[in-house]
Design a protein around this ligand. Sequence first.
Ligand code: R5P
Length: 295
Amino acid sequence: MQRLVLPLPGNEIFATRLASQCDSELGRVEARRFPDGESYVRLHGNPSGRPVDLVCTLSQPDPQFLSLIFAAETARDLGASEVNLIAPYLAYMRQDKRFHEGECVTSLSFAKLISGVFDSMVTIDPHLHRHPQLSGLYTIPTATLHAAPLLADWIAQNIKDPLIIGPDEESEQWAGAIAKRIGAPHKVLHKTRFGDRSVDIEVPDLSEFMDRTPVLVDDIASSGKTLAVAARKLVAQGLRKPECVVVHALFADDAWNELVPLFSRITSTEAVPHLSNGIKLTPLFAEAIVKGLKD
Ligand code: R5P
């Protein structure tokens, strides 16, 4: 039976390409608020007897969440044979432990809520830190895709003599994989975080790379402070104005305006719709969906 792809509002461009690449039917989710703030959700497309793929990148998880759950419950109620979540950006991955007494471990709570409603999930480069795999959090089958090969190929095609730089130890996994694929050198910086919008970064001596273009790569640009501090420190060492390539373009609040003057160019994947999007992901997602949505 032909699959039905249903984008939550804001996910239509990604979902349209995905549906065409999976040879699925494209439907629509109508979602709005009643005057009292409650959510109204209506599915356009018939889920009966077929797999339904709800597309919702979770870059605004709190306002999006209830509509997403209502849409999933409705698809099941109307007879979908399975209800899957296609979430290019998976939220609530960073609070993966109780750092202070009484805190909610939101990674775990969010995973329980999603696992209770969907049959499976596919995402790309979730921020896995203390849990090496999503199966440490999610009880449903998940497929974890990786953007590093696509980032690497984009860099190889668009940037001459790159020096790949990860702004912190966690970015070694992306920086190392990208550098290896394109045969470029790479370095990883050391970051200390003091608060949500406050970081410091130590940069080693990079004087041997003065003739290269520094390319900062990271999974997430959120407040943008990690990238901003790293870019300023590289230029202070005498390196060229860097390029930036990120997977998830969250750019919270005024992050974009702060970052634009610091980089020669900022490029992101289409995991989160943003004017910096330049790297397509739908072929990767389509392949995973057609293969069966499993790691
Ligand atoms: C954290 O370790 C991630 O890899 C990113 O570096 C981080 O989420 C970026 O956050 P921000 O843009 O707020 O500095």
